[in-house]
Design a protein around this ligand. Structure first.
Ligand code: SAM
Ligand code: SF4
Length: 346
């Protein structure tokens, strides 16, 4: 007799004790999954210009493996999943992965992308069931785009954003701007204007010490408050929008209600106390903080016959050791993460 396999999206019910809660009582509900460490850009705050060592192909998790881990994590309380990288749109068949994850009982299934390939991929991603998107874009000027990404691509990213507007099932469209002193100041007003012209939520993210080159310096961090002051000087005052407690972003509209701006201030106003995230690297290592030094291997157990309960045990154990906070502001106590941003999955 042939036994019917369990449907791949069926979530194993777990008792209320089997929830991802860390040693500080934080409930983990957000899983960020890196689907590749490769990228078609070389952003200065993320990757080295040359010499990046790519993961070996056989170490990269298959869609079956990603789907299985996600299903188990959902059974433990995860209800938000974000696909990221490297550049996730470079992973062949990305919409197929989205289609596999979409039937899971998730509040949010989202993607973080540099947008270069979105013109071609927005439709298949929308059809596959993608619900939210973050597009990274740090400048609206061609020469400065090349300065940051060390590749050309501004027209493609803007075309990708336009294309996204045709698929209202993916909403809101968020634009992430990494803010760096002596670079971003002159872009702030242009981005604020963009958020008033287009249905985009523009979010400025403080530069974190996760760049592969190790060039981060505190002086290069342009804080959210400084950017807000620039906007308020040139525009009308911003009005705070209430956000969920676990939200990393401080959200504002303009006094006339057109456009939305957000600030993600991990350096000047850390939000570790309400962190609800864990991360899975493309090669199947679980990280409980962006700045983790240690990782929890899921690939090995997955490939050597671990049961769902075994995988769940590793997730629970890892989460119970989640770091209290990052130590960017603690001088000597700060240790750089064991991988840079593109290898972790931001
Ligand atoms: N390639 C995709 C992209 O750029 O959107 C996804 C991966 S990227 C590592 C995820 C996010 O991390 C992007 O929004 C990027 O701007 C941000 N990021 C990368 N390095 C950063 C750093 N050192 N500090 C703050 N944000 C960073
Ligand atoms: Fe690539 Fe994204 Fe890193 Fe830029 S931020 S180098 S697009 S992974």
């Amino acid at each position: 007799m042939t036994l019917l396999a369990e449907p791949p999206t069926a979530v194993t019910p777990t008792s209320s004790q089997r929830r991802l809660v860390d040693g500080y009582g934080r409930h983990i509900s957000d899983l960020r999954i890196s689907v590749t460490d490769r990228c078609n850009f070389r952003c200065v705050y993320c990757m080295p210009e040359e010499g990046m060592q790519w993961l070996k192909r056989e170490t990269i998790l298959s869609f079956d493996e990603i789907q299985r881990i996600t299903r188990i994590a959902v059974g433990l309380g995860v209800d938000e999943v974000r696909l990221t990288g490297g550049e996730p749109t470079l992973r062949p068949g990305l919409p197929d992965l989205v289609a596999r994850l979409a039937p899971l009982p998730l509040k949010s299934l989202s993607l973080t992308t540099n947008g270069f390939l979105l013109k071609q991929q927005a439709q298949p991603l929308a059809q596959a069931g993608l619900k939210r998107i973050n597009v990274s874009l740090d400048t609206l000027q061609h020469d400065r785009f090349h300065q940051i990404a060390r590749r050309r691509g501004l027209d493609e990213v803007l075309a990708g954003l336009e294309e996204l507007e045709r698929y209202p099932s993916i909403a809101p469209i968020k634009v992430n701007v990494v803010a760096m002193r002596d670079f971003t100041e002159t872009e702030v007003v242009a981005f604020a204007e963009l958020s008033r012209r287009k249905p985009y939520v523009i979010r400025f993210i403080e530069f974190m010490p996760l760049d592969a080159d190790g060039n981060w310096q505190r002086e290069r961090v342009l804080s959210g408050d400084e950017i807000k002051a620039i906007i308020e000087r040139d525009f009308m005052p911003l009005v705070r929008v209430p956000a969920e407690p676990s939200s990393t972003s401080r959200r504002y509209t303009f006094a006339d209600g057109i456009g939305e701006i957000g600030f993600i201030n991990p350096v000047s106003q850390p939000f570790c106390g309400s962190c609800n995230r864990i991360r899975l690297t493309a090669d199947g290592q679980l990280r409980t903080c962006l700045f983790s030094i240690d990782e929890w291997d899921l690939r090995g157990p997955l490939r050597s016959g671990a049961s769902d309960a075994d995988i769940a045990d590793i997730l629970l154990e890892a989460v119970s050791h989640k770091e209290l906070k990052h130590k960017i502001n603690e001088g000597e106590a700060f240790q750089r993460a064991s991988r840079s941003m593109s290898q972790i999955g931001g």
